[in-house]
Design a binder for this molecule. Sequence first.
Ligand SMILES: Cc1cc2nc3c(=O)[nH]c(=O)nc-3n(C[C@H](O)[C@H](O)[C@H](O)COP(=O)(O)O)c2cc1C
Length: 221
Amino acid sequence: MSETDAILAALMNRRSIRYGFEDRPVGRETIERIVACGLAAPSSKNAQPWRFHIVTERMTLDLLADAVADASGVDSYVPHDPRTGEPYPQYRSTVLESAQVLRDVPATIWIENLGAFSAGRRTLLVAQQQAFAGALVGYGLELMGIGAAIENMWIAGNALGLAVSFLGDVVIAESDITAVLGLQNDLVGVIAFGYSSAFPQPPIDVRSFSDSPRVTWHGII
Ligand SMILES: Cc1cc2nc3c(=O)[nH]c(=O)nc-3n(C[C@H](O)[C@H](O)[C@H](O)COP(=O)(O)O)c2cc1C
C-alpha cells in the first residue's frame, strides 16, 4: 500500500472501540508518540488551547470511573435544546458505558480546554449578551483546535496498534474529575485506549459522498 493510501485508509477505517480490551499496559514511549501528535495539531492563532492529562494508574482510573457512574443525572445526560432547556429526545445517555470503558482500558488522556479566547464556560455563563456572541465564536475555535488534537491522537493510536474511543460525556462528573486531576479550566472529555481484540464493523456506507445530504457541490468540476 502506498503512503497516501495508508493515510487515507487510517482516516476512513477509524472507529470508536469501547470493548475487548486486553490486560496489557500501553508503554510510555507509545503514549508519548500519541501525545506528540496531539501537540502537533493546528489551532486558531496557534493558541494551542489544550492541556493533556495522562492517566494510566488503575486506582485513579477506577476513581474517575466511579465519579462518572455516580454522577447525578446519568440517565438523561444528552445534548440539550437551548430553546427549551430540555434534553433532545432522540439521543440516549451513554454515561454508564463510558464509565465501563474507563474501568476496562489501561490508558487515558483527559483533555482540558485552557480557554485561550473564551476563558472557559464559567466566564461565558456570566458574560453580557453582546460579549457572549463574540466569545462563542472564540469558544468554538478553541474546541475546533482541540477536536483536531483529538483526531490526531486517535489516528496516531490506531497507527500504533491501539483501539481508541473519545468520551465527551465524562463531563457529567467535571467537578470530581477537576479535583482528582487538578484542572484549571474546562474538561472537554477523555481519549481512552488500549489493545483490544474487538473487530469493529467497517465504517458505514453513508461516508460515501456521492448521495450524501451532508455534501453540496457548488458548480461542476
Ligand atoms: C465530540 C465527540 C464526543 C463524543 N462523545 C462520546 C461519548 O461521550 N461516549 C461515547 O461512547 N462516544 C462518544 N463519541 C464517539 C461517537 O459516538 C462516535 O464517533 C460516532 O458514533 C461514530 O462512530 P465511530 O467513531 O465508530 O465512527 C464522541 C465523539 C466525538 C467526536
